[in-house]
Ligand binder design. Structure first.
Ligand SMILES: Nc1ncnc2c1ncn2[C@@H]1O[C@H](COP(=O)(O)OP(=O)(O)O)[C@@H](O)[C@H]1O
Ligand SMILES: [Mg+2]
Length: 343
């Protein structure tokens, strides 16, 4: 649905040039929710704005539903843009227009007949759950409600793609959840492909099928949501994951462990499904002269999957410890030794 090839964007300013995008390649399939995560200044907004030509790419190709966006004439571009909705962090509503008028604007621009506009706006407001606010002004709405209006407006022309630029970054956690639920619904029920950019890993975790990590204008890692969470390759990706799966080990316990004169390993386990690790830990305790000691645990929902994290301590004979790790690996639990202590 979206195919970006060798995309570069350079800004020329009085202070010099800024290379905001340096050879971006990515593909978003139809019906997918694709997330791009990165810190402030990484190039996220530049990337998303180069898709609907709000920013003109310096070089490279952007295909949306088979149409090369970079070479369209103004009239063709207007037409192509109708099928690409966009929402923003600060909603960008017309403050002097009602909810109805804000949504209708998009349809008036595409010369939709008046009666049809009325029908359509009502239908859209129903989808976003704002039928009762139809005559309100933006100043009378909460942040979450404003974003719902913006979503209705973005969908007005039966769009195929929805671009979201930090759409939940100005909202509190609870409202963020409800807007993300709405995006999931829209994706599923209307089969709209969604590309969203964010600096928040909890947004990615909840809705995305696939994720790309962008840093300094380049994509440094890209994978399915499950692979990114279970097997991140880059330090930046790990940091984003840590931000929602922080595991503090009980320090008094660790201190005691370090003072003892025995071999031990602290091992972080990552596994899919919340019961995946338990039977094997019991088996280790039964088959080997070791009893795995659970130091911390964490279970999170990643899109439609449950992902577990445990940090365990294995103390004993080195060979037995390694056998235990092997047993875990053999049943598909990912292991990472975070401390190897003793003598
Ligand atoms: N219109 C612009 N003119 C000059 N520099 C810009 C412009 N827009 C963005 N930049 C610069 O490009 C880089 C990437 O910015 P941006 O795409 O907004 O990143 P993000 O959305 O990830 O915070 C930053 O260094 C930013 O200062
Ligand atoms: Mg931005």
């Amino acid at each position: 649905m979206i195919e970006i090839t060798d995309l570069y964007k350079t800004y020329k300013t009085s202070e010099g040039t800024v290379e905001a995008l340096k050879g971006i390649n990515l593909k978003v399939k139809k019906g997918e929710i694709f997330g791009v995560i990165g810190f402030s200044g990484a190039g996220k907004s530049s990337l998303i704005r180069c898709i609907n030509m709000l920013e003109k790419p310096t070089s490279g190709s952007v295909l949306v539903n088979g149409v090369e966006m970079t070479t369209l004439k103004p009239k063709e571009l207007r037409q192509a843009r109708r099928k690409i909705g966009m929402i923003f962090q600060h909603f960008n509503l017309l403050e002097t227009a009602t909810v109805f008028e804000n949504v209708a604007v998009a349809l008036e621009l595409s010369k939709t007949p008046k009666l049809e506009i009325e029908k359509k706006v009502n239908k859209l407001l129903k989808i976003v759950g704002l039928e009762d606010k139809i005559h309100n002004y933006p100043s009378q709405l909460s942040g979450g409600q404003k974003q719902r209006v913006a979503i209705a407006r973005a969908l007005a022309n039966d769009v195929e793609v929805l671009l979201c630029d930090e759409a939940t970054s100005a909202l509190d956690p609870q409202t963020t959840e409800s807007i993300l639920d709405l995006l999931l619904e829209i994706n599923k029920n209307l089969n709209i492909t969604i590309l969203l950019i964010t600096h928040e890993m909890n947004v990615i975790k909840k809705v995305c099928d696939k994720v790309a990590v962008i840093e300094d204008g380049e994509i440094i890692e890209m994978d399915s949501i499950v692979n990114i969470f279970t097997n991140p390759q880059q330090p930046t990706t790990r940091n984003f994951i840590k931000s929602i799966m922080e595991e503090d080990l009980p320090s008094n316990l660790i201190d005691k462990l370090r003072k003892r004169d025995r071999n031990y390993k602290l091992v972080r386990l990552t596994f899919l499904g919340c019961s995946a690790a338990q039977p094997i830990l019991a088996k280790i305790a039964k088959d080997l002269p070791l009893s795995p000691n659970i130091l911390s645990g964490n279970i999170i929902q990643v899109k439609d999957e449950t992902l577990g994290r445990l940090t365990i301590e294995l103390t004993g004979n080195r060979e037995h410890i390694n056998q235990a790790i092997q047993m875990l690996e053999n049943v598909g639990v990912l292991t990472e030794v975070i401390e190897d202590g003793g003598n």
